[in-house]
Ligand binder design. Sequence first.
Ligand code: G4P
Length: 292
Amino acid sequence: MTIQWFPGHMTRAKRQIQEKLKLIDITIELLDARVPLSSRNPMVDEILAGKPRLIILNKSDLADPRITEQWITYFKYEGHEVIAVDSSTGTKVNEIPEKARELLREKIERQLSKGINPRAVRGLIVGIPNVGKSTLINRLAGRNIAITGDRPGVTKGQQWIKVGTEMELLDTPGILWPKFEDELVGYRLAMTGAIREQVLNVEDIAFFALRDLAERYLPALQERFELDITSIDPANSDDIVQLMEAIGRKRGCLLSGGVVNLEKTAGIILREMRAGKLGRITYEAPFPDHAE
Ligand code: G4P
């Protein structure tokens, strides 16, 4: 899905989410575990202000588990509950309703002490395009998809999906925009496939990707592409271009005269990276040993 985000669209998106906030108890902010900051909306704290928030690090099956743990610590420190999940297979998704109730524990306990039977926790999933919102909603809805019907105050056509007995979700997620003003954010999102390649040059995306990989995952690169390059200075553009050329030669991406076809090489690198062929990779880390 390609959405052109202009200021008017952002204002409308923000308003649409804020309308929905009136109907729900908690928000579920979906981030990509490989790029938790780049996949975060720059105004999310303002947009979701006042609602308890559960952070979900999605696509954790593709991310480096060690760094995912660091991100969990980071977001907890920010004061949020956080779970790393894989919505495509459902791993850890079943922990979401329980965590959601935990976020509302005080309110639920207050109701119980007054003899009120608490109703199901109502949630709204929000996130940038392609982060996995629909996949997660379908996964949470499961086979027993039970739509509970329109309710007063809900936009016409908007419905609730039952997640077990203790949680309900609005069936349409809140779509947020990414942080466009930062060029690196654009490239990181493109590396993960969240931004289509037509928007950015494929060779440039692969260049940024190789720079990150050379810095943090050189052994994985060497192994996958059978490279005998042992030392690379990720800050040196010439080194990165040479690395891309070496990969191109290994994969037979040659033009006449033996010149490496960088466009084709870039396509191969990105495809294999996104498919997890280089292992589980995270492009952003919260703590110094992996800082930029
Ligand atoms: P959205 O509603 O937020 O826009 O995202 P959506 O659910 O459509 O998911 C975008 C892509 O991400 C889908 O791939 C989906 O299968 C994949 N995806 C979602 N969650 C996970 C996850 O936890 N792990 C992995 N590995 N993949 C996940 P797709 O349909 O193949 O789309 P595309 O790859 O052609 O863009």
